[in-house]
Write a protein of this length. Structure first.
Length: 150
């Protein structure tokens, strides 16, 4: 059985998290994780990768529309570096987990549209927008990956 992929929408306050099915066809929203601090945040991701038997971590890269980096881009790059270091130093096969970027331009806008179409209130949308963005990030990766496999 193939290993799953996990997708992350990393923000300053929360991390939206999604996982793939074992066939890499669909991404399902897992949770919106409230960030505590880099050590606990990376511990949580490591724990979820183990729990869901993932071999790839797909992280949304928040670049500007013109392709340039923003302040948030640098924060997410820094988060990825710390997360990769945690995985490399943990052992137990986790040093083999692959880290991938996925362009996340427009994901929040798309996620907002999906939630509005589902007739969610603004308050409800705020609770799940990051998880929905993680689904879109991971699904984009899965779609590209599937096309490259066929």
């Amino acid at each position: 059985m193939a290993k799953r992929k996990i997708g992350l929408d990393v923000g300053d306050k929360t991390i939206g998290i999604a996982v793939s099915d074992e066939l890499w066809i669909t991404a399902q929203g897992l949770m919106t994780y409230e960030r505590i601090g880099i050590k606990k945040d990376t511990d949580k991701i490591l724990e979820l990768v183990q729990e869901y038997d993932c071999d790839t971590v797909v992280i949304g890269l928040p670049i500007n529309l013109d392709g340039s980096d923003s302040i948030q881009t640098e924060k997410v790059r820094d988060f990825r570096e710390k997360l990769e270091n945690k995985f490399r130093s943990t052992g137990g096969g986790l040093q083999n987990v692959v880290f991938e970027w996925e362009d996340e331009r427009f994901t929040t806008i798309i996620a907002e549209g999906v939630l509005i179409a589902a007739e969610m209130s603004r308050e409800e949308r705020k609770k799940v927008i990051d998880k929905q963005a993680a689904i879109i990030i991971l699904q984009g990766y899965l779609n590209t990956h599937k096309e490259n496999q066929e």
